[in-house]
Design a binder for this molecule. Structure first.
Ligand code: NAD
Length: 245
């Protein structure tokens, strides 16, 4: 069977270099290219005839890179965070125009997908919820794509339940974190961390914590490899690895 030709963009970075190593380990995948900042991505796709391009670059370049990939008729597997809902609509249109597919996954770790699923389920019973996400100190964006996705999943499912608004003042600005809907999100950035998230629910006389820890970037690779294998067969845009399981 022919191998899937894969190019990794952002190959010199933490996630990109881990992805290069992961692709090299798989017998059905062929690493045909590695690009990073300053390289001509469009030319690299054309020269290598890459069927799938993996992007782990920077939130500021996520949409530009994704457009380049799709316009050059490659399927895209995008792990870079920072894509807005408008960006996702644009990507959907480009997929259909260029007859290619795109998987955007804010988190490729199966444990994180389960954390989001359990959080969504728990919110039916304990609607008061806050999210603390903790990442290494080099992370370029806040909050994390996983925190945003978790809040969106909970809000989608829990549309009719609103946390009662309580009047409270902040003596330090933003000390209660940012908000998506009524869900507060707090971002911690420290050396020594990789990618972690705690979803805390409050009920009368009780709390529930659901926590996931990626303690090494190897945690993202099985999900990434699955996405590379599946991207040719999905239809247009898929947002979230949970839709592939
Ligand atoms: N989806 C997931 O499971 C997951 C997991 C971890 C990190 N991330 C995200 O992946 C992205 C990369 O994270 P990282 O920790 O590897 O960052 P990093 O800074 O270690 O690596 C980024 C790499 O991309 C390169 N780059 C920057 N702009 C570029 C451009 N326009 N074109 C080509 N290359 C470019 C940089 O030179 C660097 O080598 C971030 O958005 C991060 O939040 C996603």
């Amino acid at each position: 069977m022919a191998k899937i030709k894969v190019l990794v963009n952002g190959a010199k970075g933490k996630m990109g270099s881990e992805s290069v190593a992961a692709v090299l380990k798989e017998a059905d995948l062929e690493l045909v290219g590695q690009t990073d900042i300053g390289d001509d991505l469009a030319k690299a796709i054309q020269d290598t005839k890459a069927e799938v391009v993996v992007d782990f670059t920077h939130p500021d370049s996520a949409i530009k890179n994704t457009k380049t990939i799709l316009q050059n008729k490659s399927h895209a597997v995008v792990g870079t965070t920072g894509l807005s809902p408008n960006n996702l609509s644009e990507i959907k249109k480009l997929c259909s125009k260029n007859k290619v597919n795109c998987i955007v996954a804010p988190n490729f770790a199966i444990g994180a997908i389960l954390m989001m699923k359990f959080a969504k389920d728990a919110a039916h019973y304990l609607p008061q919820v806050e999210i603390i996400e903790l990442h290494h100190d080099q992370k370029a964006d806040a909050p994390s794509g996983t925190a945003i996705k978790t809040a969106e999943l909970i809000l989608d499912d829990r549309r009719n339940v609103k946390r009662p608004a309580v009047k409270s003042s902040e003596t330090i600005k933003c000390v209660r974190g940012g908000k998506i809907g009524d869900i507060h999100i707090h971002s911690v950035r420290l050396q020594g961390l990789v990618a972690h998230q705690e979803v805390i629910f409050g009920g009368v006389g009780q709390t529930l914590k659901i926590r996931h820890d990626s303690i090494s970037r190897a945690s993202f690779m099985p999900g990434l490899v699955m996405a590379i294998r599946k991207v040719k067969k999905v239809k247009g845009l898929v947002y979230g690895l949970e839709n592939l399981l």
